[in-house]
Ligand binder design. Sequence first.
Ligand code: C2E
Ligand code: MG
Ligand code: MG
Ligand code: MG
Length: 276
Amino acid sequence: LTKETGGTSYRFYTSDMNDMAGKRLKLEIGLRKALERGELTVYYQPKMELATNQIKGVEALIRWQHPQRGLVSPGEFIPVAEETGLIIPIGAWVLRTACEQVVRWQKAGLPPLKLAVNLSGKQFSQENLVGMIKQILQETGLSPEWLELEITESTAMNNVAQAIEIMNELKRHGISLSIDDFGTGYSSLSYISRFPISTLKIDQSFIREMIERQDHMAIVKAIISLSKSLQLKVIAEGVEHDQQRDYLEQLDCHEIQGYLISPPVPANDLEKLLRD
Ligand code: C2E
Ligand code: MG
Ligand code: MG
Ligand code: MG
């Protein structure tokens, strides 16, 4: 309860609000230290090609091993990293770490993998994004054709002209782009055809109940057929069951990603998975 100076009005703060603000602040302070303390790590989730049953790529997904709280999910701390601008150094760190790892796998003679890294909106419009990426590729020795950047529809739609320009520049450097969580945003089809992207990733919310819900099945079919018409690769996220896999194969979806194949795992575990 606070009494405003000179007045008689009172404002009430519930303990909930205090808890939320306190939690958020704690998270921010912790996140600032996390990078230097080495608490961040990258997990890798395989993407499997349906025509060959081969793992053709991996998505890098950040994890925070918090000293007290254990594994904190990116859904919780990426928004805070975005708001505070910490996503810029953290994003560069993820890219560098994942590129180094994939180069190590290449040198160890493992089957070649395309590396997908998520870019948030803040990163996408950061100054000199392309320069930062080029430098990391150069320093790690990863050839650009092995790198794919995942952006969401809202990131791409935020400033269409600027987005197309950045995408074209990335493409000129041999880097590919995909639209993540496709179907959940607001992008119009005319823009999708103008973006120099190579892949659409069907959002997992449609895959989850595609068997049980006709409307979701219809959306999955529509996205796959759109991809075909626009000559884009299409990948389904969040595939957990054989039945989903079988349908997606029938529908000519190119790749699947999800717990059915493997959850995101540490680099060592992914290496084991690739060797077997
Ligand atoms: P996303 O890029 O769409 O990643 C897919 C998310 O779905 C991952 O959650 C993954 O663990 C989860 N997932 C994969 N397969 C399945 C499945 O079969 N079932 C279910 N229920 N979930 C599945 P995660 O790792 O918690 O990441 C959440 C989001 O956080 C990502 O969504 C991405 O938007 C963001 N993110 C993660 N790592 C990074 C990063 O390094 N940079 C940026 N900017 N964002 C990141
Ligand atoms: Mg992604
Ligand atoms: Mg996604
Ligand atoms: Mg997502």
